[in-house]
Ligand binder design. Structure first.
Ligand SMILES: NC(=O)C1=CN([C@@H]2O[C@H](COP(=O)(O)OP(=O)(O)OC[C@H]3O[C@@H](n4cnc5c(N)ncnc54)[C@H](OP(=O)(O)O)[C@@H]3O)[C@@H](O)[C@H]2O)C=CC1
Ligand SMILES: O=C(CO)COP(=O)(O)O
Length: 327
């Protein structure tokens, strides 16, 4: 099937996705950013010096600052931070062609409503199917053509498979899923747990504590996802366990680095910025846990530390003195 791909959001992830798909050469790919100067520099130099320094973008990749460039696209990837997705939907929606499918590529939950990004985008873009892409993959690895695999979830299997086939390539492989809730919550919660792993590292609590945290963190991710109707297989998959292992252990992760700063006694509120997605997701996820009667001790501790209600030492004490239970 012939497709036209547009990636909206010319940051690290959007540029990497557009580059790996354009390099494959199977479908026309356009990267759409909102800064006209950046887009004309990219067209001229083919290097994104701030987001992906030193990586030459493929010749076939088109660049535009015009939302009109979306008109022909059959698949539109939204690669801006979670809290900007609704705004982007509102802004770019009128330019989408009738048959366009939107794929949210952010890893978060809408902080105002506590809803999944596919839900808030569907409310905004009611004529369009909305899918979600999530899983382990740093933008630089993807753009360098290193092997990466992620999950793509749509409401029905034929659409999920069509998207997985259209967007996969020799170095970038997508697995189709119909569990949009599990795939998105996995991506959002692993960021919170990566902050917890960073706190453990920054506070010098040791590798054993990190391994325990990853394992118990996965258990709480599983409880929430299943309580909300997602699948256990998704939790064990790329967007759950896969991405938790990557971001909970790699210093490339902004969430992990933010946690390390917290663990070293750095400021909770001021650090981070919009790209520490877990700092937004922590309190939203803790609320979802309370609404669904699910115990999320690590997520709640991260939310309390970020909101200044708890220090790291007291958090560890709280976690270690919970009633002894079964695994
Ligand atoms: N970087 C990575 O390795 C990975 C990132 N992700 C996820 O991708 C998302 C984006 O991350 P990343 O690319 O790293 O972030 P960046 O900061 O590198 O890029 C974000 C981009 O979004 C654009 N943007 C912000 N708000 C809007 C808006 N309202 N409309 C259109 N564009 C907008 C920004 O434009 P401007 O510069 O003009 O502000 C910027 O180009 C996050 O949810 C992250 O979790 C997922 C996997 C890997
Ligand atoms: O999600 C990511 C890799 O899969 C990127 O993680 P950070 O947002 O923590 O850098």
């Amino acid at each position: 099937m012939s497709e036209q791909i547009a990636v909206v959001g010319a940051g690290a992830f959007g540029t990497a996705l557009a580059a790996v798909m354009a390099l494959e050469g199977r479908h026309p790919v356009t990267l759409i950013g909102r800064n006209p100067l950046l887009m004309s520099d990219l067209r001229a130099d083919r290097v994104h010096n701030t987001a992906l320094p030193g990586i030459v973008l493929p010749d076939g990749l088109q660049f535009s600052a015009e939302p009109d460039a979306l008109r022909e696209a059959s698949i539109v990837l939204f690669a801006m931070p979670s809290q900007a997705q609704v705004d982007a939907g509102r802004h770019y929606g009128p330019y989408l062609s009738e048959q366009a499918t939107v794929v949210t590529c952010a890893k978060g939950i809408d902080r105002f409503s506590g809803r999944l990004l596919t839900e808030v985008l569907e409310a905004e873009l009611s004529l369009h199917a909305v899918a979600a892409l999530s899983g382990p993959g740093f933008a630089a690895d993807i753009a360098h053509g290193l092997p990466t695999a992620m999950a793509i979830a749509a409401a029905d299997q034929p659409l999920a498979e069509r998207l997985a086939n259209a967007l996969s390539g020799r170095s970038f492989r997508l697995y189709a899923s119909t569990d949009r809730l599990g795939v998105q919550l996995g991506g959002a919660l692993k960021n919170v747990l990566a902050i917890a792993c960073g706190i453990v590292e920054g506070a010098g609590l040791g590798e054993s504590a990190r391994a325990a945290l990853i394992s118990r963190g996965l258990a709480e991710m599983s409880r929430l996802i299943e309580a909300m109707g997602g699948n256990a297989d998704t939790v064990r998959g790329l967007s759950g366990l896969g991405d938790l292992v990557l971001t909970g252990t790699s210093h490339q992760s902004r969430n992990l680095r933010f946690g390390i700063a917290l663990g070293k006694g750095g400021p909770a509120r001021s650090a981070g910025g919009p790209l520490v997605e877990g700092a937004f997701a922590a309190s939203v996820a803790a609320k979802l846990g309370a609404q669904h009667g699910v115990d999320l001790p690590v997520t709640e501790a991260v939310a309390d530390i970020i909101d200044g209600r708890l220090d790291v030492r007291s958090a560890m004490e709280r976690l270690m003195t919970r009633p002894i239970t079964t695994e």
